[in-house]
Design a protein around this ligand. Structure first.
Ligand code: NIG
Ligand code: FE
Length: 400
């Protein structure tokens, strides 16, 4: 007797992104069966004959991947920083602009002035754009509020926008993104507010899935980041870090020491930190758009990451300063052209490895039995097309 299922996609290049010994976890002439939104079987053209389905999709040889995951974004913000783009073109650096009170702080001003509805609506539109490229899971950070009420407002806006768009949003508290204008000369007092008030409230009300910080000369020191991570640990929240983006403060090693989910940016990461990442299985999240927009020249140490078996994720870093984009597929292309990732590494970077950077790899990121049946059918029979071809959306159908 045949097994019944809700959905059967067959006659496809099934790019499972699982560890099945094939590049990309590919099953040629594959099929995937799902019931109640969960994958119940995968296999090849012979095995598919055992199934009947309520809904049958003949993919006609097309590529099917897991729905994509953008594991590092700052999608909730108000205002624009187009003027700073012009300043940078004229020679000012990102740090110069930040030190003159622009940069993150200019977005903070606009975001504090915005209503939650305004933030929800603008974030919703960006989530829809990501969705049009097959992205159904998005991490969103706070970090443009920099006080109790506005950090909470950002996290709530992120969650509401996710509901409205039908996207799973994982929220990250990034209160330690910059020193707020009213405490410019007392960063430690702000760290205190984060540790004593914001993190406990966010944890109690389950407003964030993780805690992040910007460990950098123009952000927070190693010691201040440790205090934030200690508070996160006390409240049972996992950590991740904007680490070694503009200089090496040892951030990637620090987040690894705390058993963190990921070290993000990592352009200046040292071998010492890489060894700690390997020891604690910390993901390196690569953000090629920010590298490009800042016209950075120091590339992340990809060869050393490979050598030490570091898992690499890729994300947009979508934000108004260093990554004005919601184009994840373009970031894949750039991860290859700028950082030298292979097509396979890039694609795994926005599927199973991005899931790991969010701590949801048991549930999402690959097409395997027991996982959520969120998948993308693409208008191509060649998986490399997703990474190679730019500017024309290739998504045929999204299974939500
Ligand atoms: O990931 N570097 C710190 N944070 C962001 C930029 C935020 C901003 O400039 O608004 C980043 O690059
Ligand atoms: Fe970022």
């Amino acid at each position: 007797m045949k097994k019944s299922c809700d959905l059967l996609i067959h006659n496809c290049q099934l790019v499972t992104c699982s560890d099945n010994g094939q590049p990309f976890g590919l099953i040629e002439q594959g099929f995937v069966a799902a019931t109640n939104g969960q994958i119940i079987a995968t296999g090849n053209a012979t095995q598919v004959k055992q199934f009947t389905a309520k809904r049958l999709i003949d993919a006609e040889g097309a590529v099917v991947t897991p729905a994509l995951i953008d594991c590092h974004t700052h999608l909730v913000f108000a205002g624009s920083r187009a003027n700073e783009f012009a300043m940078r073109l004229a020679g000012a650096s990102y740090s110069d602009i930040a030190q003159a009170g622009g940069g993150i702080l200019s977005t903070v001003k606009a975001t504090r002035n915005a209503s939650i509805d305004e933030l929800v609506n603008s974030t919703y539109k960006k989530l829809l754009h990501l969705k049009s490229q097959g992205v159904l899971t998005v991490e969103i950070k706070s970090g443009y509020g920099l006080d109790f009420d506005n950090e909470i407002k950002m996290l709530e806006a992120a969650k509401l926008a996710g509901k409205k768009a039908g996207t799973e949003v994982k929220t990250t508290l990034l209160a330690a993104h910059a020193v707020p204008p009213e405490l410019q000369h007392d960063a430690d007092q702000y760290i205190d507010l984060i540790c004593q008030k914001i993190i406990p409230h966010v944890a109690k009300h389950k407003l964030a899935d993780a805690v992040d910080a910007f460990c950098e000369g123009i952000g927070f020191s190693y010691k201040q980041t440790q205090l934030v991570f200690d508070a996160a640990a006390r409240w049972g929240l996992p950590v991740k870090l904007h680490a070694d983006q503009l200089s090496d403060l040892g951030g990637a090693g620090l987040v690894a020491d705390y058993g963190g989910l990921s070290a993000d940016h990592v352009e200046y990461t040292s071998l010492k930190s890489i060894k700690k990442m390997a020891e604690h299985d910390t993901v390196a999240t690569l953000l090629p758009y920010a590298f490009y927009a800042l016209q950075e020249t120091q590339k992340p140490p990809i060869a050393a990451f490979r050598k030490h078996g570091i898992t690499m994720a890729v994300a947009t870093d979508s934000n108004p300063g260093t990554a004005p984009t919601t184009n994840l597929l373009q970031c894949l292309h750039m991860a290859c052209t700028q950082f030298g990732l292979t097509v396979e590494e890039a694609l795994l970077g926005v599927t199973i490895h991005a899931a790991k950077a969010l701590g949801i790899e048991q549930r999402k990121g690959s097409i395997e039995v027991g996982k959520v049946a969120q998948m993308a059918v693409w208008n191509t029979t060649e998986v490399a097309d997703l990474v190679y071809w730019q500017g024309q959306n290739q998504l045929r159908e999204l299974i939500e």
